[in-house]
Design a protein around this ligand. Sequence first.
Ligand SMILES: [Zn+2]
Length: 477
Amino acid sequence: MKKLLTILCLLLLSPCSYSEDPPLDIDYSIISKTITNNAVALRERALSDNLSVDIVESLTTEVGPRRMGTEGDKRAISWALEKFKELGFDRVWTEEVLLDRGWVRGEAKAEILSPYPHNIVMTALGYSVGTNGDLVGEIVEFKTFAELEAVPEGNNLKGKIAFVSYSMSDFKPHPSQPSMGGYSEGTKARSRGHVTAAKRGAEALIIRSVGTDSNRYAHTGSGYGYEEGVKKIPAAAVSAPDAILIQNILKRETPVIMKMNMTSEIIGPKKGANIIGEITGREPSDQYLVLGAHMDSWDEGTGALDDGAGVGAMMAAAAFIGQMEKRPKRSLRVLLFAGEEIGFYGVNDYMKKHKGALDKHVLGAEADGGGGRVHTLIPGVGETALLVINEMHKLIAPLGIVLSNNNNAKGGSDMSVLGEAGMPALNFSQNSNDYFKYHHTPNDTFDKIIDEDMRYLTAAYSTIFYLAAEMPINFRH
Ligand SMILES: [Zn+2]
């Protein structure tokens, strides 16, 4: 086996230091030998080239935090335009996206006044109003968002601070990905808790941070806004250790009285942009494949994992394809979306502008799960295209990626809006075990990127999207 691999590597004149198994069982009537060889060479190049990491380093160093509509976001847009050009993309442009509100984070302080005085580490959830001075209230705990929802609407929580103590670590649906189900459960209170609590008369909402770490800092998130006609109450996340501390106090003695002071402020409308870079295919066609990531990040870290890693992987994956001897038949576009974190502003605007051109989107996928390796490829394509995906998968199987039996992928994150609308899609499920320790925190910084994992991540996207761009497959259902 090793000898065969060496011969194959010599024939391809490419470094084959990483992947153990050569794809000898490819059905060449489905993927030609030439395309197979090109794909293997591309994969191996991606595995030995640190470009995706360099891109994340550049973005986090030269731009840093980039919440939509902020000065950081403006710098990120200029940065992306320059980076696309530097990487040899043929066409680069922006499409303006409007944001109906801006936000100033301000400061967030909290302390337990009684029965046991403690300082509490807390951060404002995105686009929360401030407390307008000190806000003092009794903490009432709800183990889940559903428990809070079960309180009848009205004044039951008047004078109270509603506390949803749900921990995403309690939810373990799949051994390879312990966090995803718990994450979506946790985001319920994060995104809707303030409105739900206000409808029950509460003065404020606090949640246990949606994350898997035990660090004493809080995870921000959300930003989905308030509901017309419902009182705008402040919303914040406390660190996991502080959530446990509050629970321990509640077990001993009630009432537990907390004082919060947040100077967050909602301000006027802002502008942002989706940034698009294209590697133009060699054959005239108005069809293209789309690789997505989101450009915006939360503001307390530098957005390295969320979603600098996605930006780096997608830009590098397409750049490697663009740097091959021959362009693939069809074009590839990298879509860097605005405002994902605050409610899919960029992709919703993209859908409005490109709705009539949805049939030109051959296949799409988004990287928005940090810098970890892909463990499962999930297709979301027509039945006939599944045969081809099956062969394509063999070329990334040496990266430790299995092919899912499901065929229901929507592309993930922003891209799932296009997937839901009928675009064929792939989901590259990543190892996200570390991701939820850092994301939406001050600790989402470049040092968390693991170079080799990023190369594996980039190799998976690059290989599959080269094959899909080169082969005239109709992926539609
Ligand atoms: Zn993200």
